[in-house]
Design a protein. Structure first.
Length: 137
């Protein structure tokens, strides 16, 4: 079973998500190049570089409410907050306990499959929606 490969972009100027995104990467897998986002106001695709905001990838999983889960989403799992992170070594998404984000080996982190049992609260890029470091929403 394969997962859909899709992206969304955080527009840091307008403080909103853009769901229609075309993203690519260099042949060595580094850095997105020539990213495009759909601009509803203009009715056309526009270039989107690092200065415009950030692009995040869909995990292929949905939370307990059916909402699509993206890299760096903040989720509530059994009353504790986690951030969806990518594990390069094990090539998969996992839930990083929000207080241990700087420690990839923390025993508090959970398997990516727990995403389906969690509830998405916000995204780490969304300002003011949730204060980091709080265990309860």
């Amino acid at each position: 079973m394969s997962r859909p490969i899709k992206f969304r972009a955080w527009d840091k100027y307008n403080k909103k998500w853009i769901d229609r995104v075309l993203a690519g990467c260099n042949s060595d897998g580094t850095d997105y190049v020539c990213n495009l986002v759909w601009n509803d106001e203009v009715g056309d695709w526009m270039h989107f570089d690092e200065g415009c905001g950030d692009i995040v990838q869909y995990t292929g999983l949905k939370d307990r409410n059916g909402k699509e889960a993206y890299h760096k989403d903040i989720v509530d799992y059994e009353g504790f907050l986690y951030v969806i992170e990518w594990d390069e070594k094990n090539t998969g998404f996992y839930l990083a306990y929000i207080r241990d984000l700087d420690d990839p080996e923390s025993e508090e982190h959970l398997k990516g499959s727990c995403i389906t049992l969690s509830t998405i609260k916000s995204h780490i890029l969304e300002p003011g929606k949730l204060l980091l470091g709080e265990d309860t929403p």
